[in-house]
Design a protein around this ligand. Structure first.
Ligand SMILES: [Zn+2]
Length: 142
């Protein structure tokens, strides 16, 4: 439980979920391929970032729902629907862009927790394989 809280906390701080190292983004949208601290390869397989997209959409729609319900409750019964619609559209346009880096680090934290990379497979986490190795890649590299 403590490792889950720690990994998710690191994700919320845009840090590596395994070692806690920062500076994972070169630019706002530019994630480095490997952790500078522990060497964890972030994009572990093709389609890996679909999980980050799901995290981003979930946070966006949760924010949208909170804003919509708060607006309705705040102005009930004379709800300014046009203004609330503009705000709701703005939330759906702005939140995914602003939340983008956190969606990746939070997804990486969830992935580390799901694959238990903090406990085992430390070596495998660096080369993108979660399962047992069939061959040693170091021996075929020049
Ligand atoms: Zn790391």
């Amino acid at each position: 439980m403590r490792s889950a809280v720690r990994a998710l906390g690191r994700g919320l701080l845009k840090r590596c979920p395994r070692c806690g190292h920062g500076r994972l983004f070169r630019r706002y949208f530019g994630l480095v391929p490997r952790c500078p601290g522990c060497g964890l390869r972030f994009e572990r397989e093709e389609g890996y970032w679909v999980g980050a997209m799901i995290v981003n959409i979930a946070v966006t729609e949760l924010t949208f729902g909170i804003v919509l319900v708060a607006g309705i409750l705040l102005w009930w019964p004379d709800v300014p629907w046009a203004a609330l619609t503009v705000v709701a559209v703005a939330v759906n346009a702005i939140v995914p862009v602003v939340f983008y880096p956190w969606s990746k680090t939070i997804w990486m934290a969830l992935d580390v927790l799901l694959h238990r990379m903090d406990v085992r497979d430390k070596d495998a986490a660096g080369d993108g394989h979660a399962g047992p190795r069939v061959f040693d890649r170091k021996t075929i590299r020049p």
